[in-house]
Design a protein around this ligand. Structure first.
Ligand code: CTP
Length: 399
């Protein structure tokens, strides 16, 4: 959820600032780019060196850097952020934020930010309960800033009560769940297939194809990024699915892929069938390794079941089906024929005649055709970018 997100992490003068080191580490590990901005008092609690080492970026504290004479542009900083997180947020900084005061870099950047703002207060229980602090929190909520509720426990003062900053793990979980709520595919279950299938000839040989699985894995990742729970049914590939919302199901043959798809399509809202499924499989699989013969050698093949066609026949109202067509001639007409024959909502056409399209490459060039035969042609792009285009079409379809 946080992969590639630009986060400004504001750290205020509170003993909870020591936990900011763990928070930075967690955010960076989740794939975020973190720019730490500290108030002058925060620097007394934790060194900028610790935080710049963990965030791999210089920490900003001042409007002006006294050593270099450079100006830290608060407006640029605020607009750069995809997400603004203030943790720990002290009573003083909350008051400034609530009242538009901006006498330091952090509060000035806050006023310029257009992105979602989360704040995790940290203060002693009586400060937290004080009507002015509660009033400031209410004001911030009215600005659509998002409160990460403080916890209850022993406080730095030795008193016991509410006011300690939420733990870094809780902050990460809160933000991740909150972002997921607003994504276009939240609550959807989507089946994606990827990779080749291997059709066994004997215990050591098989018929396969050159599919790397890159396109299908990129699609699964992007769909998960948009909030869906993804079941990724994949043929043999060395790739790793890194998103927590992707549940991977490994299969080898077309028959195994069919079986897995039938199970998971039942509850799916959509299926993107990007696997390169074998069209034929040996009639019999030799139990023993087949020995070399003097002359030529023939293998009897039978047709595999067309998984996409079966899913197209089972498709219920409200379910959406996307297929691929890899063509070398009469590309568009062949793709349209497949779209109709398999009862698809979209077909993604790749032509092997296009440079930058095909198996194993990191790029692809696609044309998407919908059931009204409207087509959209895209430039050659990385498979990650192509996955974004496909996902956008899927979202438009499902909305
Ligand atoms: N497909 C499938 N099951 C098969 C073969 C293909 O589900 N046994 C799916 C692929 O995942 C892809 C689409 O069908 O989404 C198109 O596959 P392709 O091999 O290009 O088309 P075919 O229908 O097999 O036609 P042809 O081989 O004649 O081009």
């Amino acid at each position: 959820m946080l992969e590639g997100k630009k986060i400004v992490l504001g750290i205020c003068g509170s003993i909870a600032a020591y936990k900011a080191a763990i928070l930075v580490r967690l955010l960076v590990k989740a794939g975020a780019e973190v720019q730490v901005v500290m108030t002058a008092d925060a620097v007394s609690f934790i060194t900028p060196l610790t935080l710049s080492t963990l965030s791999k970026k210089p920490v900003l504290v001042n409007y002006f850097e006294p050593n270099t004479g450079t100006w830290n542009n608060h407006v640029k900083l605020g607009l750069w952020a995809d997400l603004f997180l203030i943790a720990p947020a002290s009573a003083n900084t909350l008051a400034k934020m609530a009242n538009g005061q901006c006498d330091n870099l952090l509060t000035a950047a806050y006023l310029s930010a257009k992105c979602p703002v989360y704040f995790a207060p940290a203060m002693d229980l009586d400060m937290w309960r004080h009507p002015s602090a509660l009033n400031n929190v209410q004001k911030l909520l009215s600005y659509n800033n998002i409160l990460i509720q403080p916890g209850t426990g022993e406080l730095a003062s030795g008193l016991h009560g509410e006011g300690r900053m939420a733990e870094p793990e809780e902050i990460l979980a809160f933000i991740t769940i909150d972002i997921a709520k607003t994504l276009p595919l939240t609550g959807k279950q989507i089946l994606v297939t990827a990779g080749p299938t291997y059709e066994a000839i004997d215990p050591v040989r098989f018929i396969g194809n050159h599919s790397s699985g890159k396109m299908g894995f990129a699609i699964a990742h992007e769909i998960a990024e948009q909030g869906a729970i993804v079941t990724l049914v994949t043929g043999p590939t060395a790739l790793t699915a890194r998103h927590p919302a992707i549940k991977r199901v490994d299969v080898t043959s077309a028959a195994e892929m069919l079986e897995a798809c039938l199970v998971h399509f039942e509850n799916a809202d959509a299926c993107v069938m990007s696997a390169a499924v074998a069209d034929y499989t040996p009639v019999t699989v030799s139990e023993q390794k087949i020995k070399k013969q003097d002359d030529g050698f023939c293998i009897d093949l039978k047709k595999t079941i067309d998984i996409l066609k079966v899913l197209g026949e089972r498709k219920r109202k409200g379910q959406f089906l996307i297929g691929f067509a890899l063509e070398t001639q009469n590309e568009e007409q062949n793709a349209i024929d497949k779209l109709k024959k398999k009862n698809l909502d979209l077909i993604i056409l790749n032509s092997l005649n296009d440079n930058g399209a095909g198996f194993k490459l990191d790029t692809n060039k696609i044309t998407i055709i919908d059931s009204n035969l409207e087509k959209t042609t895209f430039d050659t792009k990385s498979k990650t970018e192509v996955a974004v285009d496909i996902c956008r079409k899927l979202i438009a379809l499902m909305q």
